[in-house]
Every structure is written in C-alpha cells, then in structure tokens.
Design a protein. Structure first.
Lengths: 257, 257
C-alpha cells in the first residue's frame, strides 16, 4: 500500500472575510505556493474571530490533513486571538517568546516607537512552537505541530511562506493543461468528456464554463495529472473533442492549477 | 430568551477553487446580498468535487445555520455532481424534473441545439426541492429544505439570488462605519481600541491593517452594529482615537460589511 499522500487545508480567520468586506487572495496564494511541492489543498474553511470556532476548525483540519495553514488574527489588537486559539486547540500553554520579545524590542527601538503592552501581544507564541520568519513587518508566524499560523495581510503571508517550504514533506506535483474554447458550451462536449474521463487513467478532467455576457462565454477544459506523457495525450484528445464540436481552442500549459 | 438569530453558511464546491485556478468572488457576492436582510454569513467551506465531502459539509452546515448556500457543480459535465450530493445529504431521491425538462427542451429547440443526455443532467433535481430561477442561462438552481444550491459562475449566481430574497426570514441588518487612516499602525491604537471595545455595548470593533509597501500601509478601524446611534458614537470615538495618535482619518459609511 502507498503511504497516505501529503495534503493541506487552509483555515482563514476573520470577520472581514465572512462579511464580504475583504475578498480573499490567500487561498490562491497558498495553493499556488504548495502546488510545486506536490501538496494539494483539499479543504478551506473561513471562520469568524471567535476562539471556540477557530479551535474547532483547526482541530478537525489538523487531524485530517498533513498540513494546516491559518491566516489572520496575529496582530496587536483585541480581535487578534489566533495565537491563543491555537494554544487552546493543542491544549498547550502560551507566553511571550523571549526571542521574539527581544527582536521586536529592537525593532521598535530603531523606529523610536514605544513597545507597548499591545505590541507585546505579537510576541505571544504557543509553547514549543517554532517561529516562522516575517521579512515584511517583523512579528513572526509560528508552526505548532502540523499547523502553520500566518498573518492575514497577503504581502506578509507571501513573505512568511519563504520560511516554510524547507519544512514540508514533498508530494508529486500535479501538472495541468488547459484547453480554452470561446463560444463552446459544456453540453456540446459533455458526453465525450465523460467517456474520456473514464478512459484516461491517472488524469483528472475538469470543465469550467465562463459566462460574462451572451457574446463572451466559453469553456475551459482542464486536464490534471502527475504524469507528463498522459497529460499530453489528454490535451490532444481535448483539442480533438473541441474541434469535433466545430470550435477553435487555445492550449495553455500550467504548472499546477 | 431571544429566538436564535438568523444566520447563513456558504459551501463552495469545486477543485478549481482549491487549486487556486479560480479566485472566489461568490462569498463576497452572497454575503453582500444577505447583509441588507440582516443575515450574517458565519462560516464558509470550500470542498472538492467529491460527493462524500460535499455531503459531509452540507449536513454539518445545514444543521448549524439557518441557511446554507452552495455554489458550483450543477452543469452538464461529469464533474457536476452537486445535485446528487444534495439528494444524498438529505437522503432523498433525485430525478429529471418535468418542468425543467420542458423548459430546457424549449430553450434548446429555440437555439436549434440538441437537448442531449448530458444537458438533461441539468434537469436532475432532488425530489421535493423547489426551483430557483436562472435568468441568465436557463438551467435552474434549487432549494432543498434550508439549502440553496446555486451555479458557480458569478453572473449566474447573481441572477439566481434575485429569486431567493423573498424566501428568507429577515434578521436585523448590521451597519458599519469604517475609519481609515494611512500611516497608522495597529499598535498605535490597540490599547485604547481594546478599552473602547469593552465600553461600547452592542458595537463590534475590528482592526484591519493593510501593508502594500513601506510607504503605503495603514489601518481600517471598523465599527459594526445594528444600532445607528451607537454606531455614530463609535465612529466619533474612533476618529478621536486616531487624532490622538497624531494621524488623519477618513470616515466611510457602509451598509453592512
């Protein structure tokens, strides 16, 4: 039997995402980062700034997936409760991390800014967690078991991810080829696509329609596989299928999406 | 005791969202639609095109929230399995809905397009579900108990939402006021914000930093409340707090976010 393949889940924390104030970009960013490592994101949850809800989601996800990435809620304000929630989820203590305290003290000294009690909240790290460097704004994220706790601000998430890759167990990267066809409708190719999907072993076929207006619509057919050769075969078949339906197509090779 | 307040959850279905190929906009769209009805979105999940995973998520969410909105997976292709998953979740049958069959038949006749077996998949509706009109592309969504099953394409979701408002139990709309301040750092106001958050009953205060570069960063402080008067008071206090920190601010009144 094969080992359980590596997998990931993302838990986005923040009322602003649920209310629609903020449109998330971190799922895309983290999934795009993990793709080349061969680690697929298999579930995402968005939960509010409520400790019990964060604890519940993190505990369910860390049990089920190889890695969990949380974003948001590690700043200095009263609604930043993620570090405490992670400690609660793992049933471990939390305190001001000496190394982080020293690093932030130095940072604020340089800026001539007071290292207030609120700012010291950013040094609260669950016991035994390892730090995740923040090259953008200083205050670190952290890794507790298989859970990585990152900031919410996308540019900071991007920075923190640079300190995570070397910790990850790699899987086999999934490659994809997209066959886009303007004007095509899913129903034009659905039967043949279903047969093709049965025939092509080790390739997953997806069909993604777009519909912006009556003159701007079409379908993107995507083949995904870890096997380059099978993927090429699939792409040729998809192009043939679109041609048979009397439409033109454009082939786009992607790394992993 | 008060009745349990109305609430909603969203379950986005689709591998393309998890892989990062597609950046979701439906959470924002649905949350924005529900805001004026006083129905807050309290949880979001993104799950893959796998029936067991859809069933599990929908069953957990429909138990916990007043309404559940699913998006994606109701087209004609082999990876469109949401209708079957919803029937499985409710333990009910599914079949081709005569009204939808007739309507789609007419639509395809008009277009001079064959109403293939694959296209007929779009007429598969769980037994007893009521239809949700699709003014954009014809094939309807449906309501099964407290679960609304919508398309994934944003313009179609937008159209379908127009047939949903009249079915919803209304809550009390939450209004918001945003006080934006470029250059402000969260740590400059965190202590006072925490006290204010304690003092202001019935108002929830959030702090949302942005950080695009060393010259373009700041904080948006947001007060949310169902009480307009309290909200005005909160906004004045937030402005005062920013002024005290030696920064300028801009006040933006929002409907609900």
């Amino acid at each position: 039997m094969m080992n359980k393949p590596v997998s990931a889940a993302i838990c986005l924390i923040g009322d602003e995402l649920l209310s629609g104030r903020t449109r998330d970009i971190n799922v895309q960013q983290i999934a795009g980062f993990l793709g080349p490592y061969g680690i697929p994101v298999e579930e995402v949850r968005i939960v509010p700034d409520v400790e019990a809800r964060i604890v519940e989601a993190v505990n369910q996800l860390r049990e089920r997936y190889t890695y969990v990435f949380t974003t948001g809620g590690i700043g200095p304000t009263h609604d930043d409760i993620t570090a405490d929630a992670i400690a609660a989820a793992f049933g471990i203590g939390i305190g001001k991390h000496p190394e982080v305290m020293a690093m932030l003290q130095e940072r604020y000294d340089e800026m001539g800014t007071e290292f207030t009690e609120a700012r010291q909240r950013m040094a609260r790290i669950p016991e035994g967690a390892s730090l995740v460097e923040n090259p953008v704004s200083g205050a670190p994220g952290f890794q507790t078991g298989n859970v990585f706790t990152l900031a919410g601000v996308p540019s900071i998430v991007q920075g923190m991810l640079q300190d995570i890759g070397h910790r990850l167990e790699k899987g086999v990267p999934v490659r994809s080829i997209t066959v886009r066809s303007g004007g095509l409708r899913e129903g034009d190719v659905a039967e043949k696509l279903a047969s093709l999907s049965q025939e092509l072993e080790g390739v997953s076929l997806g069909s993604y329609p777009w519909f912006r207006s009556v003159t701007d619509h079409g379908v993107a057919l995507i083949a995904r596989s870890t096997d380059r050769e099978m993927l090429q075969t699939a792409a040729e078949q998809l192009v043939a299928l679109v041609t048979e339906a009397g439409r033109e197509s454009e082939v786009i090779e992607g790394e992993a999406s």
